[in-house]
Write a protein that binds this ligand. Sequence first.
Ligand SMILES: Nc1ncnc2c1ncn2[C@@H]1O[C@H](COP(=O)(O)OP(=O)(O)OP(=O)(O)O)[C@@H](O)[C@H]1O
Ligand SMILES: [Mg+2]
Length: 452
Amino acid sequence: MSTAVTATVSAVCATVAVVITIAVIRRCRRWRWKVYKKFMAKITDEINRRNRELEACAAVNDVVIEIGPVEKFLHEILNEKPMRFSSEQLASCTGKYSTELGSGGFGVVYKGELPNGLPVAVKVLKVSMNKKVQEGFMAEIGTIGRTYHVHLVRLYGFCFDPDTKALVYEYLENGSLEKYLYRDGEGAGDGERKERLEWRTLHSIAIGTAKGIRYLHEEFQQRIVHYDIKPANILLTADFTPKVADFGLARLGERENPHMSSLTGGGRGTPGYAAPELWMALPTTEKCDVYSFGMVLFEILGRRRNYDAQLEDESREWFPKWVWDKYEQGDMECIVSAAAGIGEADREKAETMCKVALWCVQFQPSARPTMSSVVRMLEGEMAIVPPVNPFHYVSGGGSSSSWALSSSTGTGTFTSSSRDTGWDSKVSAASTPGKPTDAMVKSVESTDPVTT
Ligand SMILES: Nc1ncnc2c1ncn2[C@@H]1O[C@H](COP(=O)(O)OP(=O)(O)OP(=O)(O)O)[C@@H](O)[C@H]1O
Ligand SMILES: [Mg+2]
């Protein structure tokens, strides 16, 4: 009997144990499923969150830039980085690139208008963009975009779409100085012959330009060398205030102009304005801008291109050398009367401009003044030492055309003498930034007597 009871109890216990085990196993399964579901929900949430972030970024790119009233817009860009435009936005604000303002080594410039009515000039770049250049582009935009000076063209924004790389600048109503400078209207497009500018206007354009370059060299937090100072890169507002354009572009990449690239190694500079060290692949400093500015001063003085092969009088073919020859002979009168339109009251200013130009184009960079000295000399605040011959390094008898031709083809040859090294080293040793003229006075007076 007891055996039967024991067997029954054992059976019941076994059954209960089995039932409990089954229940526990089911619980465990359910719990595992719950944990799995929770884990999956977390992953799904994370994926959804990332997707939402990506969508938000895409949406930001697609947002049409809201541009407020002009004042607000200008205030914003003065305090912030330049704006990014899409290629569609640029196409729309330029009326599908319908009005061309001009073209140069870096691309074509079109007129445009932002939605708030602000006129702009859009330069569509055709520079070759490898990865290094692309990185440089972004860095450069940051730099150029932060420069603000009354004599520098303002960069409003840029486009960096795969199919369009462009820079959006403030629009300058009177275009470039090139269109006004030369007597025959050369430099102006068809039907664009411009009024003649008065000498005084040209003089203040020269000073304003010098101030713009001075800011780039000496006042901006990071020194910027322009590398391509020339009348085409001096733009004029409606009241003929000059603004330097295209600074910083030299570092954006090679121009699509094989002649330029081979000439100046890296596509920098323009023949006739580029300093010798640029096209001779020597080390360069900001003084190459001083040289180019000197060449612009000669063109302002003569209201002509510095090199003009059409002239019958061969000695006048290359204006800077002709000016030096006359200056050396003490014939300042001849130089000033050649510069048409200079009245009696402005003769002194013209003579000053002539001397500053001769200093700026010295062959040795260290002998050229800094831009702050250039400004002070042009404004009559600093006495000017009689310039020394900028062209005695040229071999081949110094004919007026040989140097001009060599400087525009990059094939010049130079002579160097102990005398040259003497006065140049004295100038460079004695010069201190911002005050080179005193140093020049001493060194030049003691070593290089020239006729004034
Ligand atoms: N911000 C601007 N406002 C008005 N006109 C402009 C502006 N920028 C350029 N232009 C016009 O477009 C022309 C071409 O300019 P661009 O800078 O492309 O060529 P460049 O100055 O002749 O040569 P480079 O490539 O060496 O600068 C200028 O001469 C000027 O007439
Ligand atoms: Mg330009």
